[in-house]
Design a binder for this molecule. Structure first.
Ligand SMILES: [Zn+2]
Length: 500
């Protein structure tokens, strides 16, 4: 077994004695200013990794280092051994600057760590030999797939029995639109409902008209008449409209829980318990539409916001070639503002003001993306629907993309954004009947592949991806250098023009 003393340990991946190599690396590189920046960057990666697993970066347990080997970069790529080597060197360096020893280098863990790291390297080499590392997991997400994801109806995403969903939706809308007391809703029976006509219904003497007119643009307005019709068709014909004695108590609990969650929702009526539910009369149409739609969505998906958030998240990222996580999760809600049609002044879509770019800490290249009919109505609608419900749940400040334990009601930074993004992608894929093979990196990769298919000029792709150097953009075309990629684009563009 030879022990190599490379002048450039960065490329040295044949690690027989990791500790010695790391010491050598630190000794060689510590003073270099450029390396200091590299150390800081890699320490940031480590801090983020620790934050995601909820451990202290300065006192991380051994398992955090094992997990680090299995983690992925934000673009979804696997870390190469040399990259991992640098990462570990930077962590060790930071620890030793503070007179600390990281867990993986402590005496009691040395043997285990050495075996684990070597095993990991072997796996990496095997996967590379099979052509599986770096790019294999990142199937490009193309426009047709995105369209299918955005088109998944809420009913398809339901996680509870159709009968229960229909009951909850009908009850909520009867309370809100009909102003019915909960006791009256609970007592509703089949023979109280008169399906008067195609567009109207008489329930217990009250007449309702089928009405889906949007009160806020892009936010679906669920109709009470259609909800009752849905209830009747889903019901397993008992005497009560659908619910038996046990369910009746549950309906009351559900409505009360919602009134506790949604800021604009409140219970009214006197007596021992609340008997009515209404939306705050001071709420504007945006808050009303969001609260109402939110109730309907929660009836379908009581324990998940993947359908609502995922569609908006994918739309925001894919339509503009953005990273789901690093470009979007740190943005505040105020980053999105409505676009008004210049001549008619009507709502036309959304404008996203991006924060600082990856290589632009001062934000000098901060720019905007616009989502309108021109980029796809389905995307605009998915964004509107998410935003209205999100705003109704927690007001118009906080982070733009929310989630986590409190779901839509969580305002702070997401705990595990990369995992949340992957979950949303998987769930939407399954709902759309597509194999769940996409990673967050698939979005950018697919955006570029689609741009190429659509004949975009290379510099337009580069600008969309917010790359400063064309070489970086060219990396999305593994077989081509930057120049060839540029030529290829221009040739395709010319071809497109000729065909048009
Ligand atoms: Zn209707």
């Amino acid at each position: 077994m030879t022990h190599r003393r490379s002048r450039d340990p960065i490329r040295h991946v044949d690690l027989d004695d990791l500790d010695v190599e790391i010491d050598a690396y630190i000794a060689t590189h510590r003073s270099a200013a450029e390396t200091a920046a590299g150390h800081r960057r890699r320490w940031d990666v480590w801090e983020k990794h620790c934050a995601e697993s909820g451990v202290d970066p300065w006192d991380a347990p051994y398992s955090a280092f094992e997990d680090l080997l299995l983690s992925r970069r934000e673009d979804g790529l696997t870390y190469s051994p040399s990259h991992m080597f640098n990462l570990l060197a930077s962590i060790t360096d930071a620890y030793s600057n503070h007179g600390l020893v990281p867990a993986h280098r402590r005496e009691e863990n040395k043997g285990a760590w050495s075996a684990t790291f070597r095993g990991w390297q072997r796996d990496f080499a095997d996967a590379a030999a099979r052509g599986e590392t770096v790019t294999c997991d990142h199937v490009p997400l193309m426009r047709s797939d995105v369209q299918q994801m955005l088109a998944v109806p809420l009913t398809a995403a339901a996680r509870t029995r159709p009968c229960r969903v229909a009951t909850l939706v009908a009850c909520a809308l009867l309370a809100l639109d009909g102003g019915w007391e909960l006791s009256r809703i609970r007592a509703l029976r089949f023979d109280n409902v008169d399906l008067a006509s195609e567009t109207a219904i008489v329930i217990d003497g009250d007449r309702f008209i089928c009405d889906h007119r949007e009160r806020a643009p892009g936010v679906p307005w669920d109709c009470l008449v259609c909800a009752i019709r849905g209830l009747i068709s889903s019901a397993d014909r008992r005497e009560g409209l659908i619910f038996d004695t046990e369910d009746r108590a549950e309906i009351g609990r559900w409505l009360r829980k919602q009134a506790g969650n949604w800021p604009f929702l409140r219970l009214g009526g006197g007596g021992r318990g609340a008997s009515t539910m209404e939306i705050d009369p001071a709420a504007d149409s945006w808050a009303i539409a969001g609260t109402r739609r939110g109730l309907v969505i929660v009836a379908h998906q009581p324990d998940s916001d993947s359908w609502l958030r995922g569609r908006a998240w994918v739309a925001l990222a894919w339509q503009a070639g953005l990273r789901m996580v690093s470009d979007l999760v740190r943005l505040d809600r105020e980053a999105l503002a409505p676009v008004r049609n210049p001549s008619r002044g009507e709502f036309d879509g959304w404008r996203l003001t991006l924060g600082v770019a990856k290589n632009d800490p001062l934000g000098t290249r901060a720019d905007v993306r616009v989502y309108t009919d021109a980029t796809g109505r389905a995307a605009v609608d998915a964004i509107s629907e998410y935003l209205s419900v999100r705003d109704a749940a927690q007001g118009r400040d906080g982070r733009l993309i929310v989630g986590g334990r409190r779901g839509l009601f969580a305002g702070g930074p997401m705990k595990k954004p990369l995992q949340a993004a992957k979950n949303d992608l998987d769930e939407l894929s399954l709902l759309a009947g597509i194999e769940p093979v996409f990673t967050t990196y698939s979005i950018r990769k697919g955006f570029v592949a689609q741009a190429a298919a659509d004949g975009w000029a290379f510099d337009r792709v580069q600008a969309s991806l917010r790359h400063r150097k064309s070489d970086t953009t060219a990396q999305y075309f593994p077989k081509l250098g930057a120049r060839q990629a540029a030529y290829k684009f221009q040739a395709e563009l010319a071809e497109g023009v000729r065909r048009a």
